[in-house]
Design a protein around this ligand. Sequence first.
Ligand SMILES: [Zn+2]
Length: 215
Amino acid sequence: MNIILLGPPGAGKGTQASRLVRKRNMVQLSTGEMLRAAVKSGTPTGLEAKAVMEAGDLVSDEIVNRLIDEKLAELDPDQGVIFDGYPRTGAQAEALEGLLAKHGRTLDHVIELEVNEEALVDRITGRFTCAKCGAPYHDSLHRPKVDGICDLCGGTEFTRRADDNEQTVRTRMAEYREKTAPILPFYQAKGLVRQVDGMASVEDVAAAIDAILDV
Ligand SMILES: [Zn+2]
């Protein structure tokens, strides 16, 4: 089972990916982490990537594809892969086809966690935590039983994360749309795209993904 997991920040992609890693013994391949690992381990590809990044340049498709190739060669053929943050361009998507074939794999699904931008803004900007014990709350989803008093410790001061604001959420959404726009049509044409309601509860999203994978 090889899948691409798509979804904007806040859609719960990380939560669902780690669940698949745990429950199905899949491997999550995120290019960012693979790059960091390759640089750290000092492999020839890693050293090449490091030189490019230190020069302030973007790591080329060719290097990223080579990293994926090397990683796939290391894996147990029975282990499923979750691609996260890759491919990002049509060219990478086409290269991935070749790499998967080379390693005897095929892409089974492209699962997109769909979100409603307005609801996502509300979900993220409404978060706050107790300053004393860290208990999480939400303006509309989970308010303290008594306004202004923490249910758990009785604390009366609360904090909000600076990056949990509307502008940040909208910027992240726009970046996401920009990144997926080039690859979605490629996979739609192949009939591989499955949409899951990312605004549902963690359990419901997990069940929807299971239903797709277990067909
Ligand atoms: Zn508290």
